[in-house]
Ligand binder design. Structure first.
Ligand code: 5GP
Length: 185
């Protein structure tokens, strides 16, 4: 039996991937939003097993060794983030459509490792200035952290052409419509 293809949604920090994917799963219950593992600490409003699986570095490294990740990367030069293989395969066996919100490095790894048919989408801000504004508004990071994230964002924005489609995030409902069409939902 063939399993549903996965969709990768990449894009710079603070571009709104979280908002978009939450809205998408509200409207399309057949979408399975992947919960990544990370070694970073939870933010105030984040819960283990819902927003991320928060792991110690030791536990994360043990899972790397056991080949439990579909992909993993050090993001913003600080913490490890990765997609666990098992829940994705489980979702696919259940006929669900996995959606992975990951960074550029992870997207590049999956390009090489997952079967053809996977879709690689890039969520872009309307402009770089708008991205800076959104990052400022979030206010959950220190100044150094924001600078580091902006640095990564510049590199990510330069990679847009590697993706199958670029979606500009200027209006949530328009983005959802475009995304649903691209995923054949
Ligand atoms: P944050 O710390 O703001 O939650 O996430 C930082 C970045 O980590 C996000 O922009 C996201 O693209 C990336 N990220 C989240 N989960 C994963 C993952 O499982 N794999 C990879 N490669 N990157 C991830």
């Amino acid at each position: 039996m063939s399993t549903p293809d996965l969709t990768v949604l990449a894009g710079p920090t603070a571009v709104g991937k979280g908002t978009i994917s939450r809205r998408l799963i509200e409207l399309y219950p057949e979408v399975y939003l992947s919960i990544s593992a990370t070694t970073r600490s939870p933010r105030e409003n984040e819960q283990d097993g819902i927003h991320y699986h928060f792991l110690t570095l030791t536990d994360f490294d043990a899972k790397i060794k056991n080949n439990e990740f579909l992909e993993w990367a050090v993001v913003h030069g600080t913490h490890k983030y990765g997609t666990l293989r098992e829940p994705i395969e489980q979702a696919q066996q259940n006929g669900l459509r996995p959606l992975l919100e990951i960074d550029l490095q992870g997207a590049r790894i999956l390009r090489e490792t997952v079967p053809p048919g996977a879709k690689f989408l890039f969520l872009a801000p309307p402009s770089f200035e708008e991205l800076i504004t959104r990052l400022g508004i979030r206010g959950t990071e220190s100044v150094e952290d924001r600078m580091r994230r902006l640095d990564t964002a510049k590199q990510e924005l330069a990679s847009q052409d590697e993706f199958d489609h670029i979606i500009v995030n200027d209006d949530v409902e328009d983005v959802i419509k475009e995304l649903a069409e691209l995923m054949n939902l």
